[in-house]
Design a binder for this molecule. Structure first.
Ligand SMILES: NC(=O)c1ccc[n+]([C@@H]2O[C@H](COP(=O)([O-])OP(=O)(O)OC[C@H]3O[C@@H](n4cnc5c(N)ncnc54)[C@H](O)[C@@H]3O)[C@@H](O)[C@H]2O)c1
Length: 363
């Protein structure tokens, strides 16, 4: 017999459940979609969709789903489901969704548990941009918990305050600043105090999924300024310190959009291709001087990054592609890849673009 469903049960468990599966599927279908849209989030608890959907799935709806499953299990008729349940038996619907969620394997993969490597960053100073949220925050946290001194950079001071409270007792130096502003860049380097072992260029923004002829100057300039100019300018200020020390590791943040044309709009795609160019040129130029410059290319990650579909063509072309992407990752999973590249374990890796995408790029 299937385990009782709660809001903490994963989407995969919900879809596979003989009672909960059809109820969840019907809810999705009422919104004009199919359960295929849930594939990228199937590892996550139903509850997490409340925050992730930014209001589209409310807490009341989750509570209602759980209550309806309880009632159905106790044999109380579900008026909201009466029509659809006459069309197909719950057991049949459940089997169908299980195949979709489990990819035909029948068993969901075991959950990943982060394991810190104590002392991996002992004695190292690492600048992390975008440290106030998402991937940057997870990376700053991992480095600090592994003994490093983190220069945590973000344009949003409140986010940095939250980070320092969360990492109380660890060596974290918050610097509020814009990675595209020369004065702020000087302040970031000064906060590091000259000896800079690592730089994680993570701050970045998404676009609005527009194809070339619909890209406004405002979107193009903002995306290129933060994703490309910011990465370039801060690296330009840091590299002389690394050259003087004869060592240093830089990790830039690319994306699936650095590898294909179907993952984002034109501006973001162009900006992330440029990040790969910054990475490869610098790896080639500075490799003999003891510097390593690599990039990570995440797939979909649950963070606070904001994106929108402002183009019908973008929605049609990119929206369809996104349904086939693998399960979304947690920011901690990308931090695991970034800290590996930053660390001495990646001693022989230079100029690589490491995909951290659950296999998306292999499709
Ligand atoms: N989330 C994804 O699915 C995904 C996928 C691939 C790549 N990425 C890349 O990962 C990086 C981090 O994205 P995220 O999803 O964690 O985003 P996020 O929005 O959660 O975090 C980004 C942080 O960068 C900060 N920031 C923005 N502009 C800045 C600036 N000019 N100066 C300093 N700080 C600034 C923001 O305040 C924010 O705290 C970005 O480069 C993004 O393009 C994200």
């Amino acid at each position: 017999m299937a385990a009782p469903l709660t809001a903490k049960s994963s989407i995969a468990d919900w879809l596979a459940h003989p009672v909960g599966g059809p109820i969840l599927a019907a809810m999705v279908e009422e919104g004009g979609m199919t359960t295929a849209v849930l594939k990228p989030v199937r590892r996550f608890a139903l509850q997490r969709l409340v925050a992730m959907s930014r209001g589209r799935l409310t807490q009341d709806t989750v509570d209602d789903l759980v209550a309806r499953v309880r009632a159905a299990e106790q044999g109380i008729p579900d008026t909201a489901q009466a029509a659809s349940s006459t069309e197909q038996q719950p057991a049949q619907r459940g089997t169908g969704t299980q195949a979709q969620g489990g990819g035909g394997r029948g068993v969901e993969p075991a959950a990943w548990v982060e394991r810190v490597t104590p002392g991996r960053f002992d004695g190292k100073t690492v600048i992390v941009t975008g440290a106030g949220a998402g991937i940057g925050q997870a990376t700053a946290s991992r480095i600090a918990r592994e003994g490093g001194r983190v220069i945590a950079v973000d344009i949003a001071p409140d986010r940095l305050t939250e980070l320092t409270i969360r990492l109380d007792g660890f060596d974290v130096v918050p610097v509020t600043g814009d990675i595209t502003a020369e004065g702020d860049i000087a302040a970031i380097v000064a906060a590091a105090g000259g000896a800079i072992d690592g730089l994680a260029n993570i701050a970045g923004v998404a676009d609005n999924m527009t194809p070339l002829h619909e890209v406004t100057d405002q979107v193009w300039e903002r995306v290129m300024r933060i994703n490309v100019d910011g990465t370039f300018k801060l690296s330009r200020a840091v590299i002389p310190h690394m050259l003087a020390a004869g060592r240093g590791s830089i990790v830039n943040t690319a994306s699936q959009a650095a590898l294909r044309g179907s993952a984002a709009g034109l501006a973001y795609t162009a900006s992330k291709h440029a990040v790969v160019g910054l990475t490869k040129s610098s790896a080639f130029m500075y490799g003999p001087s003891g510097l390593r410059v690599n990039a990570v290319a995440p797939g979909g990650v649950i963070t606070s990054i904001e994106s929108s579909f402002d183009s019908a063509l973008g929605q049609e072309r990119i929206g369809g592609q996104l349904e086939s992407m693998p399960s979304l990752a947690d920011a901690d999973m990308i931090a695991a890849s970034i800290t590996f590249l930053l660390s001495d374990d990646a001693v022989n890796i230079n100029g690589a673009v490491l995909t951290s995408d659950g296999g998306w790029s292999a499709q």
